[in-house]
Design a protein around this ligand. Structure first.
Ligand code: NAD
Ligand code: ZN
Length: 378
């Protein structure tokens, strides 16, 4: 089959690889209809992780079941399904508690598993024609047959639940004010989820005009940090108080981009932007090892977090991978009911062969390249 294969930093190619097959009785194999490119893929693409050449990318996958292992009870050939990016067993301590992003079975010694992601287990990615799905009864979310809502449903694999997870970590409640750092697909989904949860005002910080425009379209207030300190702008908008809640949907990449010796993290600006005793939700990735980082300490993931200010303000913080499974059924039903349309972030729908060019342009954050969906059947 054809698949998107990592070659070297800033290079992927579409190549022939082995077809996936049923390995465990609880597996299914799906024919991929949509697999999205994620900001998380760019960490590997830019060579900032230890990703080995030859790995197949793609953790945001949906498709139609083509092969079913003998131990699968509920999934049938022909079912249309979307898969959480987390590969999870469903029966370990963490899965039983709904923390499927931290499954203890699939990837021992590390937090959780994922398709096509360095250090997150042996699972091949879905930017390909076919994909093997382990623990299929647990990991397949059933979708209505046909091709309706393909773009919306594709976002249930990661960014919609991840954005929602950020609001869950930050405990966003009706009537509250929220600031979201990053207007990438994840930040926009966090802002959208804040609106769905009844936030009274949502501020979205970025410097990409096209992405800030999208934030405006869902009723958020765009804050352009290239025009002045983001925290100061948020203070002005909130009468000097700060927002009730804050979300980091940028992660460590901002520190790399700035290229400073002791880079100021978005997290520190977030601390300045939220009112005392507020809650922070951090879904932007902070990886433990960062070979491309600007300094020796940054290479080890030791970034400068101003815990003094965090303590002084009595803030609290939640972090980590999204437990997609905890929210994807509910978010699917909001889509079916016509009460959520996350696909407003989708900018491109492309055949697999266009992946190398799409990676290049999404990585440069070219104007209008917000979210790319690859369609292997196109
Ligand atoms: P992205 O790279 O497309 O978006 C990041 C945005 O942040 C960009 O628009 C960029 O312009 C903006 N930005 C950079 N520096 C900034 C700063 N100093 N202040 C404000 N904005 C700034 O990526 P994405 O797909 O939206 O993902 C965002 C982060 O979320 C990534 O780190 C990704 O790995 C992570 N992620 C986490 C999970 C999870 O489960 N926790 C899931 C998916 C993605
Ligand atoms: Zn993703």
């Amino acid at each position: 089959m054809k698949a998107v294969v990592y070659k070297e930093p800033f290079s992927v190619a579409v190549e022939e690889v082995d077809d996936p097959r049923i390995q465990d009785p609880t597996d299914v194999v799906i024919e991929v209809t949509t697999s999205a490119i994620c900001g998380s893929d760019l960490h590997m693409y830019e060579g900032r992780t230890g990703a080995e050449p030859g790995i197949v990318f793609g953790h945001e996958n949906m498709g139609v079941v083509r092969e079913v292992g003998p131990g699968v009870a509920t999934v049938r050939e022909g079912d249309r399904v979307v898969l959480p990016f987390n590969v999870a067993c469903g029966f370990c301590k963490n899965c039983l508690a709904g923390k499927t992003g931290f499954c203890l079975t699939v990837n021992k010694g590390f937090a959780g598993g994922a398709y096509g992601y360095v250090s997150m287990g042996p699972y091949t990615g879905g930017q390909a024609q076919y994909l093997r799905v382990p623990f299929a009864d647990f990991n397949c979310l059933q979708l209505p047959a046909g091709d309706e809502h393909e773009d919306d449903f594709a976002l249930l694999a990661d960014i919609f639940p991840t954005g929602y997870h950020a609001t869950e970590l930050a405990e966003v409640s009706p009537g509250e004010t929220v600031c979201v750092f990053g207007a990438g697909p994840v930040g926009l989904m966090a802002a959208y989820s804040s609106v769905l949860r009844g936030a009274s005002r949502v501020f979205v910080v970025d410097r990409q005009p096209d992405r800030l425009r999208l934030a405006g379209r869902i009723g958020a207030t765009p804050i352009d940090y290239s025009e002045g300190d983001a925290a100061e702008q948020i203070m002005e908008h909130t009468g000097g108080e700060g927002t009730d809640k804050g979300i980091d949907a940028v992660g460590y990449q901002a520190t790399v981009a700035e290229g400073e010796e002791q880079p100021a993290m978005v997290l520190n600006t977030l601390v300045e932007s939220v009112r005392p005793t507020g809650m922070l939700g951090v879904v932007g990735l902070y990886v433990p090892s960062d070979p491309g980082g600007p300094s020796e300490s940054a290479k080890k993931g030791e970034l400068l977090f101003r815990i003094g200010r965090f303590f002084e303000k009595g803030l609290r913080m939640g972090t980590g991978q999204a437990n997609v499974k905890a929210y994807n059924r509910q978010l699917r039903d909001l889509i079916i009911a016509g009460r959520a349309t996350p696909s407003f972030v989708v900018s491109h729908r492309l055949p697999l062969d266009d992946a190398p060019d799409a990676y290049r342009r999404f990585d440069r954050r070219e104007d209008g390249w917000t979210k790319v969906l690859l369609r292997p059947g196109m």
